[in-house]
Ligand binder design. Sequence first.
Ligand code: RIB
Ligand code: CA
Length: 315
Amino acid sequence: MSEACTAQPIIIDTDPGYDDAFAILLALAAPELQVLGLTTVAGNVTLDIVSDNARRIVELAGRPNVAVHPGADRPLLRPAAHAFDIHGSMGLNGYDWPPPARPPSAVHALDWMLQTLAASADRTVTLVALGPQTNVAMLLRRAPALAARKLRRIVCMGGNYFAGGNASPAAEFNILVDPEAAAIVFACGIELVAMPLDCTNTALTPVDWISDLASLGTEIGTACAGMMGFLKPPPGQATRPLHDAVAMAWMLWPELFEGRLCNVEIETASPLTLGATVVDWRGRTARPKNCLWINGCNAPEMYARMMERLARLPG
Ligand code: RIB
Ligand code: CA
């Protein structure tokens, strides 16, 4: 997509989390995107911390007034689950983040989403969901007609089919934390793009990623290099993928990706495979093709473009 296009309005629902941070920074560096605001959801770490982190990230990017509104502090039906072991005690470990300049907003994410969508032109807003889909499901239950009329599509980082799970043998974290929410989202009928582990696990950051970030000579480069340095790649891998940033990269450069329109259903009952995203990749059922399932990308080109965009951010 050329940068000269009219900016696409997006809402980012997020649980920062290091890869959320990269996705948010990429969006703020993209003239192709108009970030209407961030809504936060308990996921990688608790709601209070992800909400502080979302404000920290937009402030670091020189966009301190970007709306940040806290949403669900737990899944629809299940107890909250987190990933402190990966993201660290404050969710963005590896850099000495200052406290956020603003206090948390008193306006709930759902109320802000309703107001923002109501004020938007029909079918223009993309909802980019980078965490457990609790807020998205609540929106769809609270105002299905408004969501269908105002949302252009939902783009989510979540799921796995050809790739093993990362939160259980069968499931990816965002889906497993709130499978009932994901089932609502995947059945809503709004255009849906899923960026699963099938794609993101193949998109490992380049071996020079950390040194290149540090060489940007900006506070953002220092922060991003620090976060990546804190993370330990999974056993047998030299580097980590930036799952959420890959989902945001699809918004900017879909031509770098491949996928297939399929039926995708969510397992919400089986104790063994709870949270599994069951993809009818070969069209073996008559179930509706409700999701563009992304299963590959040109990772070197994507990360090269991502680095170029991060370099544009001030400070
Ligand atoms: O499985 C990866 C996803 O779970 C990413 O969105 C990461 O931030 C965590 O939320
Ligand atoms: Ca996330």
